[in-house]
Design a protein around this ligand. Structure first.
Ligand SMILES: Cc1cc2nc3c(=O)[nH]c(=O)nc-3n(C[C@H](O)[C@H](O)[C@H](O)COP(=O)(O)OP(=O)(O)OC[C@H]3O[C@@H](n4cnc5c(N)ncnc54)[C@H](O)[C@@H]3O)c2cc1C
Length: 641
């Protein structure tokens, strides 16, 4: 029997979401093949394009390789190619390099900027709707500021240092916000003053951020004005030249950079499909998201490309939530057709809006009730972005996102205002790492040697050693079993924290130092009940406890050696935090040694990469495990062998 072929065109938010849904729902059906075609080998996180254009992150930070997203989906084939037409009669997708027959097709090719025929935008303006756009714009801004810095003519210099954003939707405001963040760095690198750089938003409507609640929009506007961004409302641009823009009222604003974000229309590649279109060339679909006129041909349209009026005169918005929602709905309806069950109408579920103005300020409205601004709004934006990775089940890119946005950002351009991304030389933490490793080695060896002589291995494993048949843990349910009981436990504590003679009747004082004869204070002198239950579950009897104490000693020695050698330093340091926490909760750790914890945190800074084995081992592991788990990433999928 011929297999059912499903083709998804476009690996944007709608296409990726739709393909994941199809793959999951049809994974038990061996008679279905899913092919995802995109002109790129990666998904572009469109909502963060301004971060690339504004010099905040590198392009690769917002490119999500499709192989890494779909490597575990055996029923999905990836193809990197440009779709040029669709033969709807014979049900074949035509690409630049091949043809792909289909039984069902989902078109999610997104949108593109709409200049409404304004003269000069195509020739002299910049847009922000693809990876290529954002890289081109970034290079232009860098080159223009560099040129301006050497320009002696004041008027020309001013024009070059004036950056105009046309449009005050998400894209325009987020773009100008990035420029605001970038200004100081651009100025510093080119030895000019940041005040010389002017930023303008030009909006045809009388208000800005019109998809937001007026209060939220007002907050955003006040912030931008306070930061020196000029906002011109009621000011349609009628012409764009290479060195100036002209407003409807005749005013000319000299600038060499006009960023056009004023309108969105359907991807013009879809024009040749000859399907019915509506406003902004979007393809008309019914409530099941089937293309009008091709309901019986298995053609579905999703994302920014689809025009479906859920409510009269109100098409689905061109936002991520709608892209995901339509992608999911169309996928479920294709599954229903394959399985012969009922299709469902699309129902929009929009939870709110968030707009960032640079890396540290934003406004957000959630569920039409919760209004946030500043730090909280930006934090929420990061949460929503992270949720996307959960939705598409990509732990890898969730991790990469956190690394890029929180830890690798330069110039303090993140929500933590640079506190999480300060670059330092890890070489300076090498002495601390080696010292910390030696401390663990000494402490763990005490547990091996007991009261023996370090220099005479034949005296080890005797009295006081964790390798005897005496249980050292001070857990009440093990006390009967351990005849030495409390004294054994007290000896054990010397292993972890180098302390005190058993049974000494001294008073505990809080303090990080202590005098001889004075008993240092335990972090917890009583084990919390919940911890006792966990321990009792793990070590119900003497045999298991004896195994644990030996195992822990060996584990500590391994940690110590790893720290000294700089091997798996992050993991080794994190393990010591867990161990110290467990010792504390067991009533076996003193305040005097609590510095173990902050030191372990400090060593999680990649200190093994300097004069340590991590420098070679971690990159090798990343390459080898990455290849094993995700397969090989390529610049072209499907066509290259
Ligand atoms: C700078 C910017 C900021 C934004 N900010 C927000 C925001 O904060 N919140 C929000 O909700 N929305 C925002 N949006 C809008 C949001 O990004 C879009 O609504 C969303 O990307 C639409 O998803 P999609 O799947 O329809 O299309 P896209 O994500 O655009 O994906 C389309 C895919 O189709 C591929 N493709 C196109 N043509 C072809 C072809 N001929 N052959 C093969 N492949 C093709 C493309 O390569 C692309 O991968 C922003 C957009 C931009 C540009």
């Amino acid at each position: 029997m011929a297999k059912t072929k499903i083709v998804v065109v476009g690996a944007g938010y709608s296409g990726v979401f739709g393909t994941k849904t199809l793959s999951k729902k049809l994974k038990k059906n061996p008679d279905v093949e899913i092919t995802l075609i995109d002109r790129h080998s990666y998904q572009t996180m469109m909502t963060e394009l301004h971060e690339v254009a504004g010099g905040r992150v590198e392009p690769t930070a917002i490119q999500y390789d499709l192989q890494r997203l779909f490597c575990k989906r055996k029923n999905v084939t990836l193809v990197t190619d440009n779709v040029t037409n669709i033969d709807k009669e014979n049900k074949v997708v035509i690409t630049e390099n091949g043809e792909y027959p289909f039984d069902y097709i989902m078109l999610g090719m997104g949108g593109e900027p709409n200049d409404f025929g304004t003269p000069g935008v195509k020739e002299n303006g910049f847009t922000l709707w693809s990876m290529e756009d954002s890289i081109k714009l970034r290079k232009h801004i860098e080159a223009t500021v560099k040129k301006a810095a050497l320009e002696p003519d004041a008027a020309l210099r001013k024009a070059m240092l004036t950056f105009v954003v046309c449009g005050s939707g998400f894209t325009g405001i987020e773009m100008v916000g990035e420029l605001l963040d970038w200004k100081d760095r651009l100025a510093k690198d080119n030895k000019i003053t940041a005040d010389e750089i002017s930023l303008l938003v030009v909006e045809a409507a009388p208000t800005i951020l019109n998809m937001l609640d007026r209060n939220d929009a007002g907050k955003a506007e006040r912030f931008m004005v306070k930061k020196g961004i000029q906002i011109l409302k009621n000011s349609p641009i009628v012409e764009v030249a290479a060195d100036a823009i002209t407003l409807k009222n005749g005013e000319k604003i000299p600038t060499h950079t006009l960023i056009w974000t004023a309108g969105v229309q359907a991807n013009s590649d879809a024009k040749v499909f000859e399907m019915e279109s509506a406003r902004a060339n979007r393809l008309v679909a019914n409530e099941f998201l089937q293309a009008k006129g091709f309901e019986d041909k298995g053609v579905y349209v999703v994302g920014d490309l689809v025009y479906y009026e859920e409510f009269e005169n109100t098409p689905t918005p061109q936002i991520v939530q709608a892209a995901e929602g339509t992608g999911h709905c169309a996928a479920m309806n294709i599954v229903a057709e394959v399985n012969g069950t009922d299709k469902h109408a699309y129902k929009g579920n929009y939870q709110g809006f968030m707009v960032s103005i640079g890396s540290k300020y934003g406004v957000a409205c959630l569920f039409e009730k919760i209004h946030l601004s500043g730090f909280m709004a930006i934090l929420m934006k990061h949460m929503i972005n992270l949720k996307y990775f959960l939705d598409i089940r990509s732990g890898y890119y969730a991790f990469q996102y956190v690394m890029h946005e929180f830890f690798h950002i330069k110039d303090e351009r993140n929500v933590a205002r640079g506190h999480s991304s300060r670059y330092g030389n890890v070489l300076w933490s090498v002495p601390l790492r080696v010292f910390y490793g030696l401390m663990w080695l000494v402490e763990s060896m005490k547990k091996v040697v007991g009261e023996g002589d370090y220099l005479k291995p034949s005296t080890w494993f005797g009295q006081g050693s964790w390798f005897t048949d005496n249980v050292v843990f001070p857990f009440p349910w093990l006390q009967e079993a351990a005849t030495s009981g409390a004294s054994g436990a007290a000896e054990a504590t010397t292993g972890a924290s180098g302390a005190v003679e058993a049974g000494a009747e001294t008073v505990a004082h809080f303090g990080l130092s202590y005098a001889y004869g004075e008993e240092p204070m335990m972090v917890f002198d009583h084990m919390p009940k919940w911890f006792a239950s966990v321990m009792e579950f793990m070590m119900p009897n003497k045999e298991v406890a004896l195994f644990f104490q030996k195992f822990m000693t060996i584990f500590e020695i391994l940690i110590a050696l790893a720290l000294i050698a700089g091997l798996f330093t992050w993991l080794a340091s994190a393990s010591t935090i867990a161990l110290v926490a467990a010792f504390c909760l067991s009533g076996m750790f003193y305040w005097v040694n609590i510095w173990f914890i902050p030191v372990a945190f400090a060593l999680m800074n990649g200190s093994g990469r300097a004069v340590g084995l991590d420098k070679w081992v971690i990159p090798w592991l990343q390459r080898t495990l990455g290849k094993w788990w995700y397969g090989e990433t390529k610049s072209i999928y499907g066509r290259s062998k």
